[in-house]
Design a protein around this ligand. Structure first.
Ligand SMILES: [Zn+2]
Length: 183
């Protein structure tokens, strides 16, 4: 039933934080359109801790050697908090470019087996092959206001030249009714 986890970080500098995940932590990513990256994660686990305050979620990444991680960050000019030795692991943290905290620890606790999922290949949409063609957009402005006919023509040409967005429902319907019209 469940076949993945999607963690969302809210950030005032989301682009800078995405660059951090891509360039510093070197997580693999997919561009879901217009440069918006979603990152792959290593095997993940969830723990539920008791709390008196309001419910909240935190993200920690795990590593095999937290001292090596801190050293590596230092060479990139990224400061990490002093490693704190806890019964469950050795913990550091850093501040993301957007100002959010990111905990990183070397676990001492046992780790659960990764959940087995059937192959996702067939069910997961592939990354769009084409991206925004800004040059085409600069030369082909949609008239304002546009008639349905103008919109249809614009979107047909757009779909040929650019992959930034799908053809809207209304235009698709107009196209379909045209195709089924024998005249
Ligand atoms: Zn486009």
């Amino acid at each position: 039933m469940i076949n993945g986890a999607h963690v969302i970080l809210y950030s005032r500098k989301s682009e800078a934080d995405r660059e951090f995940f891509r360039d510093v932590l070197k997580l693999p990513s997919v561009d879901v359109g217009r440069g918006w990256l979603i990152f792959g994660l290593p095997p993940a686990e969830v723990a539920v801790h008791p709390a008196d305050e309001e419910a909240k979620q935190e993200l920690y990444l795990m590593c095999a050697d937290v001292d090596a991680f801190v050293e590596d960050m230092k060479t990139r000019g990224i400061a990490c908090a002093p490693v704190s030795d806890q019964p469950w692991g050795r913990l550091t943290s850093l501040t993301l470019p957007g100002g959010g905290p990111l905990g990183v620890y070397q676990p001492k606790h046992p780790r659960p087996p990764a959940m087995k999922v059937p192959s996702l290949a067939k069910r997961t949409p592939r990354a769009p092959a084409r991206r925004l063609n800004a040059g085409w957009h600069a030369k082909h402005r949609m008239p304002k206001p546009a008639t349905l006919e103008q919109r249809v023509r614009w979107h047909v040409a757009h779909a040929e030249a650019c992959g930034c967005r799908p053809i809207p429902k209304r235009v698709q319907l107009a196209l379909r009714s045209r195709k089924s019209d024998p005249t």
